[in-house]
Design a protein around this ligand. Sequence first.
Ligand SMILES: Cc1cc2nc3c(=O)[nH]c(=O)nc-3n(C[C@H](O)[C@H](O)[C@H](O)COP(=O)(O)OP(=O)(O)OC[C@H]3O[C@@H](n4cnc5c(N)ncnc54)[C@H](O)[C@@H]3O)c2cc1C
Length: 404
Amino acid sequence: MARHLRRAPVDVTLVDRRNFHLFQPLLYQTATGGLSPGDIATPIQHVLRKHRNVRVVMDEVVHLDARARTLVTREGELPYDTLVLAAGVANHYLGRDDWTPLAPGLKSIEDAISIRRRILRAFEAAEMEADATQRAELLTFVVIGGGATGVELAGAVAELARYTLRREFRSIDPRSSRVMSVEASDRILGELAPSLSVRASQSLERLGVEVMTGTTARAIDAAGVDLEVGGHRERVGARTVLWAAGVRAAPLAHALQEATGCAVDGIGRICVEPNLSVASHPDIFVIGDMAHVAYRGKPIPCIAPAAIQQGKFVARVIADRLAGKTPPTPFRYFDKGSLATIGRSAAVGEFRGMRFWGFPSWLAWLFIHLIYLIEFENRILVLIQWVNMYVGRRRGARLITEGG
Ligand SMILES: Cc1cc2nc3c(=O)[nH]c(=O)nc-3n(C[C@H](O)[C@H](O)[C@H](O)COP(=O)(O)OP(=O)(O)OC[C@H]3O[C@@H](n4cnc5c(N)ncnc54)[C@H](O)[C@@H]3O)c2cc1C
């Protein structure tokens, strides 16, 4: 959004607790050693270096005073005339926050590094383990949640085990790993057409992933997960359990609700007005994943094109207001469809009722993700890694580290 205010007579302060912009759609590749953190993240100051009216501040907003038009941050206070909140969403454990350390979710670069560490350590530990049962537990990977993130993660873990690592250990055969994709509803990728869910399941199964639909995680501990399937409980010994089953609005949404009394939906997203402002607060806008905006009877999904379109729209509203013009209303969402990839050369996608799958969809997925990467340097870096992964099934970012 800050980019679209380039020509407006405004001073923009962009506050983020991180100093980098993260391209979340490729996080799963960092989590599975395919891409390095730096390939998918760019310093925000670099992204906005040519925008002379934008100041970037690394700080965390903890509270806001809507009447005094002031943000309260970890470092102090920041006054504003117009506020745009785009703090995204966080992992949601559906009432089981105690599962957070046991089944990490994938939202941040730290999550991706921690998941990568867990996965790679499991193979290392299995190599040293003499007991067959313990070894099997170490080589079992359970991904809970069969949406796009869960499907992409499960496919990438299976590829890592079946292809990338297959010749790299001496005591274990990584190809014997068990990878499970667990989904509570009756099909994976429930936001797509049922026929595409079937194709996605088949692609995952070809990679050796066990797709378990109609299956709910009931308990998780350090040694595995209790699953409920058709009224029966089943114990799966697994040292690596990953969470991709739910999100909720970032905590800042709660702070906004407390400050303004605005309405929120079931996952804490702010229910905004047709012009994306907060009811009775025309000077506060909420955009991106944190906003609940209705479209064809359903909320707009938490996807990047929606966030980008909303940012562009609000920039226009702000610029028009200042220019004394009538701003556009309401926000109109252009649905660019959905795509999810399953391993090296399979993907499924949908655009305006048309369905795509297989290799052509995968090529489309590659192209679209390259285009959306924010900096040209990152596009080149990612392209090189992808060629490496495609041709040699290599994943060169398989470092077990505490940091990046
Ligand atoms: C694993 C994964 C895969 C995805 N895959 C796809 C995909 O394939 N296609 C697609 O279209 N979309 C995908 N998405 C969704 C897409 O990334 C989001 O829709 C998009 O990033 C939303 O943008 P946003 O600006 O609302 O939030 P975000 O991009 O999450 O940005 C929020 C920013 O706010 C900052 N922040 C949060 N709280 C505070 C605070 N209190 N103070 C200061 N800063 C704060 C954060 O540091 C962050 O930089 C994926 C998301 C994930 C997690």
